[in-house]
Ligand binder design. Sequence first.
Ligand code: GUN
Ligand code: FE
Length: 437
Amino acid sequence: ATTAIRGRFLDIQNTVAQARDIHDQVRYVEDGIVIIHEGKIQWFGPWQEGQSRLPTNAELQHYPDQLIVPGFIDTHIHFPQTEMVGAYGEQLLEWLNTYTFPTEIQFQDASYSEKIAEFFVQELLKNGTTTALVFCTVHPESVDALFNAATMRNMRLIAGKVLMDRHAPEALTDTAETAYTDSKALIEKWHGQGRNLYAITPRFAPTSTPEQLQKAGQLKAEYPDVYVHTHLSENKNEIAWVKELFPERESYLDVYHHYGLTGSKSVFAHCVHLEDEEWDCMHQTDSAIAFCPTSNLFLGSGLFPLKKTWDKGVKVGLGTDIGAGTSFNQLQTLNEAYKVQQLQDEKLSAFEALYHATLGGAKALSLDDRLGNFNIGKEADFVVLNLNATALQQLRQSRAKNIEDAFFALTMLGDDRNIAATYVYGVAVYVKAAASE
Ligand code: GUN
Ligand code: FE
């Protein structure tokens, strides 16, 4: 079946090497139409031209007052931490022991995993996030639960079982061998099934023995197409601990690099305190960073140097990092990203923000050939935004100077109230119920 959506569209047409080039790639179509066939964009352009291309039996949805942008991409999030957002008072290592590990133990139970996976996926969609790179727990049940929930909605998720064979409670550990065999079975079961993709997911260097990291690297070598997803250089005490545990390695990133875990499908969350050689290694291996502003502020980890990603030619996406992050919403995440930049005397323009949340995130996940904008042939994942969800937003938007100013104000004032509808593979999988503020 062919469907079509008419409305006001904003996206970034092409990936760029420098932030200053984004402005030239902004595409704003005030009255446009996207024609969708079998989940993909068959045509996109101005309404007048598109009208004649519309098959007579096509279903047409019109959003005259909204703004349609590509679906938001979350490059780092933990689904089992959904229930523990906002756990008080600790920084990373204490926070893991005090709050995270006890929470994650519950996911050995398949029905508990299913319940939270369902909630998690609905929460993503309610916030306009159509693709995410997701940590599960050590339990294969948690991975099955999440991919089942994604499959029901045709959603493109990347996820994997956590690998962890030391420095964690017994109920949360595997071994080097079971990490390998369980992950391999999950790859065979899920990678490339529908839109699902698999990520080999060592939690972080301190919770894996060298033997386990070696097995993870062996698996990656066997399945080069599969992702690698882990944490890197988030917190000063964590970095000191890695140096103690792996004295033979030159740096924290060198631990992963040594075991064959860097590359164009490797995503490292945080990277707040990278050293120069680590930046060089990120660039040379075409690895990507997930920038998680709400998490880095919440855990007091530090200010991520976003500008360096452009200077060093390193791919970066935006991550919510729920449950250390404090919001599922990418507008709120951009709000805090802007302030992280301000504290470093740097800027984050509205269009750069849009880029990071959409096409730039797709590039970080090596999915920019399929996701991230309205180019013909891409997968039809997008968000319908209501810019005027509150009285304050209405007042502010009525004074907006142009689309750039309007989008900037949205990132400062917006949240899930602004998500009017979320489309996945051409289908409205979330529609906000009509309600007063
Ligand atoms: N480092 C290792 N595990 C975690 C986690 O669950 N959350 C965050 N933010 N950092 C980590
Ligand atoms: Fe994380």
